[in-house]
Design a protein around this ligand. Structure first.
Ligand SMILES: *Cc1c(COP(=O)(O)O)cnc(C)c1O
Length: 396
């Protein structure tokens, strides 16, 4: 038996999404730029999918640009705002310390090009406030980019208020909504969002396809040059099967947001309750304003990698920090930003649940984790020192 509890890294494709893709491999396979009828059938499908996706986030089809995923959408949004800013001599960008690397590394590259980046700190449970953003906006600020929901600790930021502050100051607002899309409601108008990134494989769609929403009037900058696809803003023959899969997956996920949110957060809370009973453990993030499926814990004296491998042996797929950083031995930048010391930030366990998980699976995860933590601690010299009182517990 396998239990998949790594839905923040990627999700299993839904049957609906797979079925929506199939005809576009061998029936309607034309290039939408071709003038013949095979091409035009593909172009019509693309047009329809764009409208359906736009509807799910409350924008118009013309404001949707298809990208190769969340990372590309983040890159293009930030680079576009930066270039527009540069033309007006505005070279200051505001973001947070807990963004995904697709945002942070793009900002680092802009910093090398002379931009000034302010990374806002987060509270101990992982939140930024609109007041914090307001306090650092300057006349030369060209962009605020704050993620909707965090991929490691699941904290959901006050996006609408941050958007309002940006609007009032005339500063562009981008949000990486990759973890939110299909899981939390999105309405770009109501939430004052100028640009937004999403990625299909985080809501049961295919990998390698995403969306950059950009409000009418915003000039996007190419990061891929070539043909005139996507209104000339993103070259390359459109990945129609993936777009069709994404449209089906997003519609499906959005139709089930309320139902899934109730179901999955109940499982999440059951898991949090169970894991909290392990001595010297702590929940990262907050019990309020948390993604329905996200659970993230640190256990004193436990190293993330060994925990993961032993859980894998017991049939559980989990993660430590983000998928992109696991495999490296760097501590999570998100946990460090929460103020967790290095030795603790190394040892986190992220379990991200989806609508296919069950209460029985959650109970099994709790039991297996308690056993593995106990086993690892018994072998650990650090743990014997802690128990002998030779050093102090960090997690009480
Ligand atoms: C997964 C993820 C991304 C990257 O999306 P890809 O489609 O895998 O490139 C960006 N931001 C967040 C918050 C994510 O969780």
């Amino acid at each position: 038996m396998r239990i998949y509890a790594d839905n923040a890294a990627t999700t299993k494709m839904s049957k609906a999404a797979i079925n929506a893709m199939l005809p576009y491999f061998d029936e309607i396979y034309g290039n939408p730029s071709s003038l013949h009828s095979d091409g035009q059938r593909a172009a019509e499908a693309l047009f329809g999918a764009r409208e359906r996706i736009a509807k799910c986030i409350g924008c118009s089809a013309k404001e949707i640009t298809f990208t190769s995923g969340g990372s590309e959408a983040d890159n293009q949004a930030i680079v576009s705002a930066a270039r527009a800013g540069e033309r007006k001599n505005k070279k200051h960008i505001i973001s947070t310390a807990i963004e995904h690397h697709a945002v942070l590394h793009t900002l680092e590259s802009l910093e090398k090009q002379g931009f000034e980046i302010t990374l806002l700190p987060v509270s101990g449970d992982g939140f930024v406030t609109a007041e914090q953003v307001k306090a650092v906006i300057r006349p030369d600020t060209c962009l605020v980019t704050v993620m909707y929901a965090n991929n490691e600790i699941g904290t959901v930021q006050p996006i609408e208020e941050i958007g309002r502050v940006c609007r009032e100051s005339g500063v562009l607002f981008h949000t990486d909504a990759v973890q939110a899309a299909g899981h939390l409601k999105i309405d770009v108008e109501k939430q004052n969002i100028d640009m937004l990134s999403l990625s299909a494989h985080k809501f049961h769609g295919p990998k390698g396809i995403g969306v950059l929403y950009s409000k009418k009037g915003i000039r996007l900058e190419n990061i891929i040059y070539g043909g005139g696809q996507e209104r000339g803003k993103r070259a390359g023959t459109e990945n129609i099967p993936a777009v069709m899969g994404m449209a089906a997956a997003l519609e499906d996920a959005c139709a089930k947001i309320d139902e899934n949110s109730v179901k999955i957060s109940a499982l999440r809370d059951r898991l949090i309750d169970g894991l909290s009973k392990i001595p010297h453990s702590v929940l990262n993030g907050s019990s309020e304003n948390r993604l329905p499926g996200n659970v993230n814990f640190c256990f004193e004296g436990i190293e993330g990698e060994s925990l993961l491998l032993l859980l894998d042996d017991k049939g559980i797929s989990a993660s430590s920090g983000s998928a992109c950083t696991s495999g490296s031995l760097d501590p999570s930048h998100v946990l460090l930003a929460l103020g967790r010391p290095h030795e603790i930030a190394h040892g986190s366990l992220r379990l991200s649940l989806g609508d296919e998980n069950t209460a029985d699976e959650v109970d099994y995860i709790i039991k297996a984790t308690a056993e593995v933590v106990d086993y690892l601690r018994k072998m650990s010299p650090v743990w014997s020192d802690l128990e002998a009182g030779k050093r102090d517990f960090i997690i009480k």
